[in-house]
Every structure is written in C-alpha cells, then in structure tokens.
Design a protein around this ligand. Structure first.
Ligand code: NAI
Ligand code: MG
Length: 492
C-alpha cells in the first residue's frame, strides 16, 4: 500500500504522531493508501515554514512577474500530469474519471490566469485634499493562508484558493479532507519541480480537531480560506473572530433550479439531471430543489425519469458509468438517512430511494439516483443540504410563486432559471438571492467568473479578477513633500 508523507518546508517528514491512517477507494470500499496523521506540532512546523518563506528568503524577494512565471510553470506540470492526478482523485473519492479528467485538464487555467494577473495588481495614487503631501497605496500579501478543503473536488477547490493566494505573494498551509488527501500531497511534488522555494506550499494531513483547529488558531496564520459544510465553516469563523483573522467561506447550498412552462424542456431536463446526478450530487452547487411550473409538472417529471432511469452506475473509471459511488461512509449513511426523512415527511419517491444494490455496484457506497415529488418547501428534504443524488421536486404556480419558493431557504450559492422569455429571465436573475444565477444552463464555472455565496452559503468570492484581493491588504504610504509640522497636538 502506498504510504504518503507530510510536506513541510520542502521536506517530506513523518508526522509527529508517527501514525498513519488508511484512505479508502469508495468503489471497492478497500483501503489503498496510508496518510500521515498530523497534529498541532506538525501544524506549528508548517505554519512557521510558511511564515519564514513569506517574510525572508527567495519567495519574499521575487517580483510579481517572477511569481507569475512560477505559477504558469506549475500549470504546465499539472497539465502534463493531468491523467495521473485524475486517476488518483478517482481512486480516492470515487468521482467519475470523465469528470476528474476534465477538471484536471481545466485546473491549469487557474494557474495561468492568476499567474498572468500577479503583476497587474496596481496601487493607486491618492488625490489628497491636503497640500504638501503625496500618498499612494501598495497591495501587500495578507500573510500565511490556511487552505482547508473538502473531499468532493479536492484539487479544483484547492486551486481556486492557492492560485490567487500565491499570485498575491502569500504562502500556504493546505489541509485537505481526511477522506481525500492523496492528490494534494501529489500536487506538492509539482511545486518543487516547478521551482517554488521551500515553505511556500505546505501540506498537513489529518482530521479536523487535530489539524484543522490548531491551523485556524495559529497566531502566524492570517487568513483562512475554507470550503466545506456550513457547520464547520461557522465553527472556523468563530475561532477566526476570536483571533481577528480574515476568512473566506464557501459553504454549500440548496440551490433552486426553476423550470417555467415556456422553457426548452429537453434542455431543462438535462440541466436538472446534471444539477443533481452528475458527481453523484456531491457538489456545493447541486440543483437539489427542482421547481417546476404546475402546468408542465407531470410531463416534466416523466422526462426526467426517462433519462434518470437509464443512468448507468458502476466503476467510476469506466467511460460508460454515469453515476459513481458516494465518497465517504458517513456521507453514504447521511444520504440514506435523508431518504428516510423525506419519506417520513410525506414526499413520494418516484425513482430510487435506496442504496445501490445493482451487481455493478459491488461493495461500493452507491445510492440509487432518487427523485422525490410532492415535496413542500418547508420539509427538511427541501431545506437541508443532502450532498447526494437526491432530488426534491416542488410545484409552483407563477413567477411570483417561483421566486418566493426559490428564495425561501437559508442558503444562496446558486440558482437557475429555464425560460424562453428574456424579460422573465432578467427579472428572475435580479430577484434571486444567490451568488451565481444561470439562465438556461446549469453547473457552469470558470476561473474568470466570480463564485461565492449569499446568505448562509458563505463569505467572499473565489475566481475572477477580484479574488486576488481576498489575499491582499492595502497599505497607504504618506510622503511629506513640503508640509511643515506645526502644532504637534492636533491632527494633520
Ligand atoms: P467538513 O466541513 O467537516 O470538512 C471540510 C474540511 O474541514 C475537511 O478538511 C475537514 O477535515 C476540515 N475540518 C473539520 N473540522 C474542522 C475544524 N474544527 N477546524 C478546521 N477544519 C476542520 O465536511 P465533511 O464532514 O467532510 O462533510 C459534511 C457535510 O458537509 C457533507 O455532508 C456536505 O453536506 C457538506 N459539504 C459541503 C461541501 C461544499 O463544497 N460546500 C464539500 C464537502 C462537504
Ligand atoms: Mg478516500
């Protein structure tokens, strides 16, 4: 079995605990690698290494242009190794190879984009209201960044954080999910090959209480960039608040996918399916609440069933497979529990509603693609994030009704509208309380499109030009060009 090492200051040390834990393959339910069980001592070493790299030595001396060149080189290496990294992701988290391959082919773009942006961040000169002074701003790295990531798209969600953070001149301690640590450790090798100085990118693996908590609380960490559950995000924000640290939080959702009677229903059905069964529903942007106009409700559900019934489950490495296993045993239990909750609340399972027991599911943690109708928006199945292949279908009467139901949830990560009426599309996009609104599409993301949550879905934005500001702080420099200091007891 493969045994991984921590990555601290360019070295591959044993964990302080001298213990490793097994990581499993969700398709076979078998362990395939051993991951170091980090603790607060490892975190301390990694943060100190990151802080040294931030404040002294080659990284701190680089120009932004040189940092950009390193990022682009890293992007080239990820592109070179895309298939290898995608295969590791599939083995560790069970998502389809087709999905992971396309993610890994796309990830270099984050490093090219932010590599290009690194030396285009400019300060301003201030047209001061005071004579005899000149003032300008500098944008400086915010400090050591803790990048805490989940198991659903480990390298992509990590790249959304580290590409802008490194472009800004920050250094990073990454803590991947305990369920999917392998790919982040593999990525660390490429940093070395690209020529990043030691300490710029460190990885401490392990569990939330033993690694996550000391990382969040470490006095030399300035910013925590987190993607995961809203419960953990809240806990991290409380600790960050006590220590006055910056945070960026991407906390999932319960996104409405709204289908009007005037939509292209074939396209809308594909959009609905991609919103909930792609990636086995394990995405923060899952379109888990499907709002369908009354007049087309039954016919639209029939369309969905026709596509979803034929969905092939099985080996995520196979190009034939469309729905893979759930990534973790606790998540598998959670999804099955929510199916029970929905039934007990009175929703009707018109598809699935059980664990996957087809022969091609083997011992893997599979859940049948599940569609519930007769869902009321106040049911738990309509309000809580399941993070699995479970769709809630809710009827609405008209535009006002759709909008009311769509916004009646505490999350606000994404929303979609399917309609052929441009006026309605614009009205809905203005009124939906979500950080991303898709019109006649679903599940589209880009390195250049700002992404983040309204309401309980998070704080801050990833991707796009402004995301680099998440990792910068402005300093204003005042220069006296002729003002005379008079009365020292009053403000200038
Ligand atoms: P989680 O939010 O607990 O874990 C995310 C990351 O935070 C992991 O690396 C974990 O080790 C770390 N962590 C846990 N406790 C911590 C602490 N006290 N301080 C610092 N870091 C800590 O998510 P988990 O348990 O893996 O999944 C639970 C639920 O979260 C899922 O069922 C799903 O509903 C949701 N989720 C949402 C995601 C999203 O993309 N927004 C991604 C993954 C899960
Ligand atoms: Mg695993």
């Amino acid at each position: 079995m493969k045994r991984y090492q921590l990555r601290i200051d360019g070295q591959k040390p044993d964990p302080d605990s001298r213990t490793w834990f097994e990581t499993q393959n969700p398709y076979t339910a078998q362990a395939w690698a051993e991951v170091p069980k980090g603790n607060a001592k490892d975190v301390d070493l990694a943060v100190k290494a990151a802080h040294r790299a931030l404040t002294a030595g080659p990284w701190a001396e680089l120009t932004a242009t040189q940092r950009g060149a390193l990022l682009r080189r890293l992007g080239d290496l990820i592109a070179r190794d895309a298939t290898k990294l995608a295969t590791i992701e599939v083995r560790d988290n069970g998502k389809l190879f087709a999905e992971m391959q396309s993610q890994l082919n796309y990830i270099p773009q984050w490093f090219y984009y932010y590599g290009g942006l690194a030396d285009k961040v400019q300060g301003t000169t201030i047209p001061l209201d005071k004579k005899g002074y000149f003032a300008y701003t500098r944008n400086e790295p915010v400090g050591v960044v803790a990048a805490i990531t989940p198991w659903n798209s480990p390298l992509m969600l990590l790249s959304w954080k580290i590409a802008p953070a490194l472009a800004a001149g920050c250094t990073v301690v990454a803590k991947p999910s305990e369920f999917t640590s392998a790919s982040t450790l593999e990525l660390a090798d490429l940093f070395e090959e690209a020529g990043f100085p030691p300490g710029v990118f460190n990885v401490v693996t392990g569990f939330g209480p033993e690694v996550g908590t000391p990382l969040v609380e470490h006095p030399l960490v300035s910013k925590i960039s987190f993607t995961g559950s809203d419960a953990t995000g809240r806990r991290i924000n409380e600790a960050a608040g006590r220590h006055l640290k910056h945070t960026a939080m991407e906390l999932g959702g319960k996104s409405p996918n709204v289908v009007f009677e005037d939509a292209d229903l074939e396209q809308a059905a594909f959009g609905a399916i991609s919103g909930i069964f792609a990636a086995t529903g394990q995405t923060c942007i899952a379109g888990s609440r499907l709002l369908v106009q009354e007049s087309i409700h039954d016919a639209f559900v029939e369309r969905l069933l026709a596509v979803a019934r034929a969905a092939r489950m099985g080996d995520p490495m196979s190009p034939e497979t469309q729905v893979g296993p759930v990534t973790t045993p606790p998540q598998y239990q959670k999804v099955l529990e929510y199916i029970d909750i929905a039934r007990n609340e009175g929703a009707t399972a018109v598809l699935g509603g059980s664990k996957g027991s087809r022969p091609e599911c083997g011992d893997g943690w599979f859940v049948e693609p599940t569609i519930f109708t007769n869902v009321k928006n106040d049911m738990r199945i309509a309000q809580e994030e399941v993070f699995g292949p479970v769709l809630s279908v809710i009827r609405f009467k008209d535009e006002a009704d759709a909008l009311r139901i769509a916004n009646d949830v505490r999350f606000g990560l994404a929303a979609a509208v399917w309609t052929s009426d441009i006026g309605r599309a614009i009205r809905m996009s203005e009124q939906l309380r979500a950080g991303t609104v898709w019109i006649n599409t679903y599940r589209a993301v880009s390195f250049m499109a700002p992404f983040g949550g309204y309401k309980d879905s998070g704080l801050g934005r990833e991707n796009g030009i402004d995301a680099i500001r998440e990792y910068l702080q402005a300093k204003c420099v005042w220069i006296n060009s002729g003002a005379v200091t008079g009365n020292p007891f009053v403000m200038r």
